[in-house]
Design a binder for this molecule. Structure first.
Ligand code: ATP
Ligand code: MG
Ligand code: MG
Ligand code: MG
Length: 474
């Protein structure tokens, strides 16, 4: 079954059970300043859980575009290193807004996995929140899952929150055993281990509270259900592979990068990481630009810039010195515009923005890397292993190296960054900019505006008056 078929299969299953299919919302959350990017299927339904919004349905299902590259859920550092984390991924979800609760949610999830998809139950495990006996009993008594396959975990794993505030609640999760050959091999390796063996595939959250900024939990008007299953992960299971990157949703991109850079995939561990990073970041770049984010120096745009520059550096590590992302994003569009037609409509725009950003960075990448290599050699000679803040700042300011990119490069050589020193340089630059601004703006134009405002005079458009000598309307 292809990834696209699997997405459809999930949605159909829940549609047949009374759920309204709702299209994915944008990666840029609307009206939610607490969120950097859409990080879960439930985001667009936040107000339904809080009881602030009523919709025509109380059951919904979706396949949601998600990016986890900042904020509470940040997987940027995991990308390329694990077989199961991406910056961009799709989250399949079914939702109940005050309709069904634990019993039905668990029943649907188990039915979909074990009867619709026919998964081998001897490779499945479940977890519940520490004291959630009710959920544990449902798993055991209602679904027949043996007690020894039900694990209990605390807040970190089994209490889901969207962010520091907002809807949250205890959850139950389903794991798939990818087999011993995939794991870390440690004797203590079990469900909950960080390695790729026991892969979390589906989280069923029992939405019960609204967390406020001071940490207080207020019960929601009605207990609800929010679930999330990574499409790429369930594709790994169903396609019988052991890495998301080997599913048809990503493998085509890996092969594309392998071919264009002339490096076979699977021959060298470091090169493989680079290829996975590029494949992942190509998808994030395509979807983020497609949803209107532009690379820039702040906020969402800066996260996108970091992703793109990191990909460009990995392309270089593979010995490729031309812009690569503007080609691989084209491949993403070919692979994904079926379910996401907006990508096809914006293909030319995505290519243009990507190429511009890449060209700008590639020009300075070599010089920055040279500077950094020399600096590391010098420090090594002195027996030091910390890159000074002013060097990190120069790389940032002159060569366009985001700090995490520099960290990524030096880590492999055993160096750390003086982040405080870097912050001090940033502060100094901000101070200088403020002074410069004060010196020019405030004395001239701003002072005039202030005087006018103080005198109660407002700027008002009164229509076009007359033409000047140059034909301009005044
Ligand atoms: P993990 O513990 O593996 O990092 P999570 O507990 O952070 O996952 P949830 O917030 O519970 O993930 O999200 C619901 C589901 O979305 C997960 O069970 C998983 O299938 C999928 N998922 C989460 N993060 C990612 C990611 N970075 N890349 C791909 N799929 C993901
Ligand atoms: Mg996670
Ligand atoms: Mg988890
Ligand atoms: Mg989880």
């Amino acid at each position: 079954m292809t990834g696209h078929e699997l997405r459809t299969r999930f949605l159909k299953f829940f549609e047949d059970r009374g759920h309204t299919l709702v299209p994915s919302s944008s990666l840029v959350p609307h009206n939610d300043p607490t969120l950097l990017f859409t990080n879960a299927g439930m985001n667009q339904f936040k107000d339904c859980f809080l009881g602030r919004e009523k919709r025509a349905y109380v059951r919904a299902a979706s396949s949601q575009k998600c990016v986890r590259a900042g904020g509470k859920h940040n997987d940027l550092e995991n990308v390329g290193r694990t077989a199961r984390h991406h910056t961009f991924f799709e989250m399949l979800g079914n939702f109940s807004f005050g309709d069904y609760f634990k019993k039905e949610a668990i029943s649907y999830a188990w039915e979909f996995l074990t009867r619709d998809l026919n998964l081998d139950t001897s490779r499945l495990y479940v977890t519940v929140f520490t004291d959630d006996d009710e959920a544990a009993d449902i798993w055991h008594k209602q679904e027949g899952v043996p007690r020894e396959r039900i694990f209990r975990f605390g807040e970190k794993d089994n209490f889901w929150s969207m962010g520091d505030t907002g809807p949250c609640g205890p959850c139950t999760e389903i794991f798939w055993d990818n087999g011993p050959e995939v794991g870390c091999g440690k004797p203590e390796c079990a469900v909950g281990c960080d390695c790729d063996r026991y892969m979390e595939i589906w989280n069923n959250v029992f939405m019960q509270f609204d967390r406020s900024a001071d940490g207080t939990l207020t019960p929601l008007p009605k207990p609800s259900v929010d679930t999330g299953m990574g499409l790429e992960r369930i594709a790994t299971v169903i396609q019988g592979v052991s890495s998301n990157y080997d599913t048809d949703l990503l493998r085509g991109l890996i092969d594309f990068v392998a071919e264009i850079t002339g490096n076979p995939y699977g021959a060298d561990a470091d090169n493989d990481v680079s290829m996975r990073v590029i494949a992942d970041h190509s998808r994030a770049t395509t979807f983020l630009i497609g949803d209107g984010v532009l690379p820039s120096n702040e906020g969402r745009g800066y996260v996108l810039r970091r992703i793109m520059r990191r990909a460009a550096r990995h392309a270089k590590m593979l010995g490729y010195n031309e812009p690569l992302l503007c080609q691989s994003t084209g491949r993403v569009i070919e692979m994904m515009s079926g379910p996401y037609p907006e990508l096809g409509e914006r293909a030319a725009y995505i290519a243009k923005v990507t190429r511009n950003e890449e060209e700008r960075f590639i020009q300075t990448l070599d010089n920055g890397l040279r500077m950094l290599t020399e600096e590391m050699a010098r420090l090594k000679g002195e027996g030091r292993s910390r890159i000074p803040g002013d060097v990190v700042f120069r790389l940032y300011d002159t060569f366009g190296f985001p700090v995490d990119l520099t960290a990524d490069i030096v880590e492999a050589e055993g160096f750390t960054l003086d982040e405080e020193g870097f912050e001090a340089c940033m502060q100094e630059q901000r101070r200088k900019a403020r002074e410069h601004w004060k010196g020019s703006g405030e004395t001239a134009v701003d002072a005039v505006w202030r005087e006018l405002a103080e005198a109660g005079i407002r700027c008002e458009f009164t229509g076009y008056g007359r033409l000047t000598d140059h034909g301009t309307v005044l």
